[in-house]
Design a protein around this ligand. Structure first.
Ligand SMILES: Cc1cc2nc3c(=O)[nH]c(=O)nc-3n(C[C@H](O)[C@H](O)[C@H](O)COP(=O)(O)O)c2cc1C
Length: 184
């Protein structure tokens, strides 16, 4: 026996996504957007996607520049994650507003965030309209991660892997135990 859930909450059944901070830049403008609707979409070429509401300031920057960076924050950045997820770049400059540190892009002219444990620079290859959001699909151009926490998969339990798994609204959980199936 199961109970019905409103259609608009069904997305929360899906494995909660690791919350990320998406940086974007165009001309003099730079923004940081909190995003939990993110997903890998292709292995070859490696493509990642983020779903961004059309009204967001970041949306325009990503659209114009054709590039974005996915930064991976951890629990210590929860205040910054909520700041970037509740304030608009139209009203506040988020780098000084959060005291997060921009580091120059390597392959694209979009900064990544020093305090995050990993970043992926992406060039938009497709922008798919989806309801009130746009799914920006980006080809991976460059990816870097902090030493000691990733060896092909995250080394869960190591300091620096306290990812913010988003449940919805202000609710998160931190990853707990990991399991492995066979030798794969
Ligand atoms: C935890 C969390 C996750 C969020 N995930 C998304 C998301 O996946 N896509 C999206 O468009 N907005 C998402 N938001 C909302 C935006 O981050 C928020 O509206 C932001 O203030 C827009 O900033 P901007 O106008 O500077 O682009 C999320 C907010 C929070 C707090």
């Amino acid at each position: 026996m199961k109970i019905p859930v409103n259609n608009d909450l069904a997305y929360r059944f899906l494995t909660p996504g690791c919350t990320v901070l998406v940086t974007s830049a165009w001309d003099e403008a730079v923004d940081i957007l909190t995003v939990s609707w993110q997903t890998p979409v292709s292995k070859e070429p490696p493509l990642l996607a983020v779903s961004v509401a059309r009204g967001h300031y970041s949306h325009g920057l990503i659209e114009k520049s054709g590039a974005f960076v996915i930064n991976v924050p951890t629990e210590d950045l929860l205040t910054e994650v909520m700041f970037c997820g509740t304030r608009s770049g139209r009203e506040v400059d988020k780098f000084p507003g959060t005291k997060l540190t921009p580091e120059a892009g390597l392959k694209i002219d979009v900064p990544h965030i020093k305090e995050c444990v990993a970043f992926v620079e992406c060039r938009t290859v497709q922008a798919v309209g989806a309801g009130d959001h746009t799914l920006f699909i980006g080809e991976v151009l460059k990816a870097e991660v902090a030493r000691g926490i990733f060896d092909g998969t995250w080394k869960m339990g190591e300091a620096g892997t306290e990812f913010l798994m988003h449940l919805g609204g202000p609710h998160f959980f931190l990853p707990g135990r990991t399991i492995r199936y066979g030798k794969g």
